[in-house]
Ligand binder design. Structure first.
Ligand SMILES: Nc1ncnc2c1ncn2[C@@H]1O[C@H](COP(=O)(O)OP(=O)(O)OP(=O)(O)O)[C@@H](O)[C@H]1O
Length: 631
């Protein structure tokens, strides 16, 4: 039987006509509201978004359509020339970008009815969309730069960029370009931040002129199926398929809950050194032939740059995690793989599904400012991304996912799969609500007066401790704090705002608020770190108290309250993951339709949803059984 890509190719002339008609009727494409040249001057982005979603499609490559897709020569309407030979296949678009920001892609899904081929146009939304003509530099500027990902990592936060998509859709092309540009800009950005910090400290530090106060180290991990290895480990050994053999690296939580695989950690001191390291690691990345792309990447590659502020040795290190995900494959693509490769594809797809649950939960949590369980322990990939998923982490974090789709109409089914994977991450910023009711144990509810009181008490405690150490009887109130608390928390500000500052920003503020020689700058730094640590701790405790309440009553909580509209997050079952991949967008569309219809007539939507899911699963089992029978 001809595959759907072959069928699509056979009917290309008709599909192209339908597409042209649609194209003529649609509204003109909306470009970016701010041109690239003016981006630097534009107001910075809404910093409240924790998850940013972008779509990207690439141009068709030279002769790609002709080489990759073939019509069915036996079909009665096969496109033939005068000699009866099949005509070479020409490119036909499978996706159209209709708006750049907010991003909108329309996927053109071919179908077949009794009276001939049809085309359905499905719309998907994201924060940003990049069409085939957009250069890598613009993608980098509008994603990494505009969203301040480098500053976030330099300030002790965690920034994570993920490239997702079908094999051959352009993930590596995007990710490598981002890695090289990060190498180009990171050190300049750090020097600017370092100089600012030293200015606040007003010190005679030897680095005052250069701002060189950060240390950078790099690791590069590859996760292939369940097997993690170190891409920086040199090796000459290869297996039967010619793949390099590297030591297996354990991925697990240590006693204090950190996930720190034992990888080669290389210090880098300049753009050139970072660039060289990236090139070495990339050349080590394994590839293997699949049906889609002769040199496709079968693994997730995680480049982690850790940034230490040497003047704040107790503060958390910042991290930038750049992830080139393995190609998402549908069952059809992996059926020619050997057993080992099939297993890897299954594990990769499972990890991608788990990643989806985690990103979606993170996006939902940020949008609602409440607690949502993030199942990051379920998989090695998400364990490695713990810093962005662990709600107990004190570090601010941001995740960006760039979903890539092929430009060809023959790949539209894959494309809808990819777009419906990423589109649910798009969240609307939280609706403005009234202030949270006052809770003495939750700093997020404190007003300015209460915050100043608390800060004064904390700094007084420190001052009294050091006076006691020098045998001078302290009297609260008469203690010189060495800094002006109202400068740390000026009118209009409150603990909630301070809790959103990066640790170095809070320390900078305290250094600027110094108003007497009674304290050295190092003493201020130490106290500031302790006080902001205390504040973060109280906020975290307040958040986790809410979590514990939810966890305790979990049995009575409908799943949709914590995960979204439908009970999909409990899909830990491997078979369901496989079925989701097999059906692609159809899985979500069908279930969404059932839910919508049932809700509109006041039915028991949960029951109907589960029934619909069970019947999809049955269909998948039948398909699998048929495949096994055929083999
Ligand atoms: N925006 C683009 N402009 C021009 N060429 C591109 C673009 N994106 C990708 N390509 C080209 O398309 C081909 C496939 O891209 P790439 O290897 O990045 O895909 P991939 O999604 O990483 O695939 P895999 O999962 O197999 O690694 C490459 O030859 C790449 O150079």
């Amino acid at each position: 039987m001809a595959s759907s890509a072959t069928l699509t190719t056979t009917h290309l002339p008709t599909l192209r006509t339908i597409l042209d008609e649609w194209d003529q009727k649609r509204l003109p494409t909306k470009g970016f509201p701010v041109p690239l040249a003016e981006l630097q001057q534009a107001a910075s982005k809404d910093a409240s978004k924790d998850v940013i979603v972008a779509f990207r499609t690439r141009p068709p490559l030279h002769n790609e359509a002709a080489d990759k897709f073939h019509a069915d020569p036996d079909a009665k309407d096969a496109p033939l020339d005068d000699q009866g030979q099949l005509l070479p296949v020409e490119f036909c678009a499978g996706v159209t970008m209709t708006s750049a920001e907010p991003g909108v892609f329309v996927a053109h899904v071919p179908g077949m009815k009794w009276n001939g081929p049809t085309l359905t146009h499905k719309t998907y939304e994201a924060d940003l969309a990049f069409g085939p003509d957009v250069e890598n530099e613009e993608v980098y500027q509008r994603t990494v730069v505009v969203n301040d990902m480098l500053s976030l990592a330099i300030s002790g936060g965690v920034g994570c960029i993920l490239a997702y998509g079908q094999t051959g859709s352009g993930k590596t092309y995007t990710m490598e370009s981002i890695e090289h540009r990060v190498a180009r800009d990171l050190f300049d950005c750090a020097r600017v931040a370092g100089k600012r910090f030293l200015q606040a400290q007003d010190s005679q530090h030897p680095s005052a002129g250069t701002g060189d106060i950060f240390e950078f180290s790099v690791t590069f991990l590859e996760l292939m199926g369940k097997h993690a290895s170190d891409l920086l480990e040199p090796t000459d050994e290869v297996d039967a398929q010619g793949n390099p053999i590297r030591t297996e690296i354990a991925v697990r939580e240590d006693k204090v809950g950190n996930v720190r695989p034992n990888l080669i950690t290389t210090s880098v001191r300049s753009s050139a050194e970072l660039e060289e390291l990236i090139n070495t690691a990339l050349s080590h990345r394994r590839t293997s032939a699949t049906l889609r792309n002769a040199s496709s990447s079968r693994s997730h590659a995680l480049l982690t740059i850790t940034i230490k502020n040497t003047l704040l040795p107790y503060a958390d290190d910042g991290q930038l995690i750049l992830v080139d995900l393995a190609g998402s494959e549908r069952y059809e693509d992996s059926k020619d793989h050997d057993k080992q490769r099939m297993g890897e594809a299954r594990d990769n797809n499972k990890s991608l599904m788990n990643l989806k649950e985690c990103v979606r939960a993170k996006a939902k949590m940020a949008a609602e400012d409440g607690f949502v369980h993030i199942p990051w322990r379920a998989n090695k990939l998400t364990m490695l991304l713990k810093p962005i998923f662990d709600i107990e982490s004190r570090q601010p974090s941001k995740a960006m996912i760039i979903a890539h789709v092929s430009p060809h109409i023959q790949d539209t089914v894959h494309s809808t799969n990819t777009l419906s994977y990423a589109a649910p991450f798009l969240t609307i910023p939280p609706k403005p609500r009234g202030p949270m009711p006052y809770d003495a144990a939750d700093p997020r509810t404190w007003d300015h007066t209460k915050t100043v009181e608390w800060l004064t008490a904390k700094f007084t405690k420190h001052a009294m401790k050091s006076r006691m150490a020098s045998y001078k009887a302290p009297a609260p109130g008469s203690v010189d704090l060495g800094m002006d608390v109202l400068k740390i928390c000026p009118p209009g500000s409150s603990a909630k705002y301070l809790g959103n500052l990066y640790t170095p920003q809070f320390v900078e503020r305290c250094l600027e608020a110094r108003n007497s020689e009674a304290l050295t700058r190092d003493q201020i730094k130490f106290r500031a770190l302790d006080v902001i640590g205390n504040l973060f701790y109280l906020i975290l405790k307040a958040k986790t108290r809410k979590r514990n309440e939810i966890m305790r009553s979990r049995k009575t909580i409908a799943v949709e309250d914590t995960y979204g509209d439908a009970p999909r997050a409990l899909d830990d079952d491997a078979e369901i993951h496989e079925a989701q991949l097999y059906f692609g967008a159809e899985w979500y569309d069908t279930l969404h339709e059932v839910e919508k219809r049932s809700k509109s007539v006041g039915g028991n939507w949960r029951e109907e949803f589960m029934q619909a899911r069970a019947s999809l699963l049955e269909k998948y089992r039948a398909h699998k059984a048929a495949q096994t029978g055929n083999n």
